[in-house]
Ligand binder design. Structure first.
Ligand code: ATP
Ligand code: MG
Length: 300
């Protein structure tokens, strides 16, 4: 497990303004880590990941058997921050039956005919399962805030679209997540924090390597031009919606081995805290099991 003091550095404190530039994108979050050096940390991160993946597989089984809680993992980040790869690696040991991934793209006509939370509500994990949102309702206070014209498609009643409009959306999201938490869904939110320089390197890699060409989208380069607006939108959204019941974590994303180890650690720790149990067998069930055994053994 990663030291809780380090994990706390990634957690966005509720109700405080934040500046993303104060959060590391690499591996050197503390002087201690810096002293250890990259190679040592990489090795430790890989061990942490391996252990956590084993634990996660076991705990997912328990989550399913216990059948009281669900876990919702929300992933946000700039293009090429590594959302897909994180899902693939962190969930690699988990039984596919106990896990579901939804990737949210531009809303459909049907989505736009409903309130902005509707399509996310429909995709929530049921008790016993892990649900992953690759992008989420946060797009409605991020891309939609950066590209104001997208609001015109949302068919909203007339009204001002200033600061209090966005604060209203943060309130709605907080209330939604509060409801989830109260009714047994654990909500963990990860912002994969990639530097602008590393994003450029990843885009160039997508252009240079034929097997990665399909991942490249010209729209991503256009969005990159709005980098500063996105940073501002993220800072506002993360500060307004990191709560005790649904915290945000700013995860260093310039190195994939850091991202995966940290996300896996936070997810596994959250499940560990739940005190999950296999259901107890009642006296009546015990008798039924004994009867089943008797019948099987009688077969000879
Ligand atoms: P990848 O590029 O890795 O395949 P992606 O999540 O970037 O994954 P794309 O199809 O490239 O998928 O982009 C989806 C786009 O949909 C993003 O630009 C995102 O901002 C946009 N989007 C998601 N939700 C909303 C929303 N509620 N309103 C408007 N745009 C949205
Ligand atoms: Mg994309």
């Amino acid at each position: 497990m990663i030291d809780r003091k380090i994990i706390d550095l990634f957690r966005v404190p509720p109700g405080k303004k934040i500046r993303l530039k104060n959060y590391a994108t690499d591996w050197a979050q503390t002087e201690e880590l810096e002293e250890l050096g990259k190679d040592e940390i990489k090795e430790r991160a890989q061990q942490v990941l391996e252990q956590n993946l084993k634990d996660l597989a076991e705990m997912q089984n328990l989550l399913y058997a216990d059948d009281r809680y669900a876990l919702l993992i929300v992933l946000q980040g700039m293009d090429a921050a590594g959302k897909d790869g994180t899902i693939k690696h962190v969930m690699s040991g988990v039984n596919p039956q106990g896990c579901q991934v939804f990737s949210f793209k531009q809303p459909s006509a049907e989505d736009l005919d409903h309130n902005f939370l509707w399509r996310y509500m429909k995709a929530l994990p049921e008790r016993g399962r892990i649900g992953i949102f690759n992008r989420s309702c946060y797009e409605d206070v991020l891309v939609v805030k950066v590209h104001h014209e997208l609001l015109d498609q949302q068919k909203l009643p007339p009204g001002k679209r200033g600061k209090s409009f966005w604060e209203g959306r943060y309130d709605d999201i907080n209330a939604f997540e509060r409801h989830l938490a109260r009714t047994g869904t654990i909500v963990l939110k990860f912002f994969l924090h990639v530097s602008k320089q590393e994003q450029k390197r990843r885009f160039l890699e997508r252009l240079d390597r034929p097997e990665k060409n399909w991942k490249f989208s010209a729209a991503d380069v256009a969005e990159r031009q709005c980098w500063d607006d996105y940073v501002k939108a993220y800072q506002d959204a993360l500060a307004a919606t990191s709560t005790d019941w649904a915290p945000w974590y700013v995860i260093p994303a310039d190195h994939k081995w850091v991202t995966r180890a940290v996300v896996a650690d936070i997810v596994t720790s959250a499940l560990r805290k739940l005190d999950l149990k296999y259901p107890k067998v009642t006296e009546e069930q015990r008798q039924a099991l004994a009867e089943a055994r008797r019948l099987l053994e009688e077969e000879g």
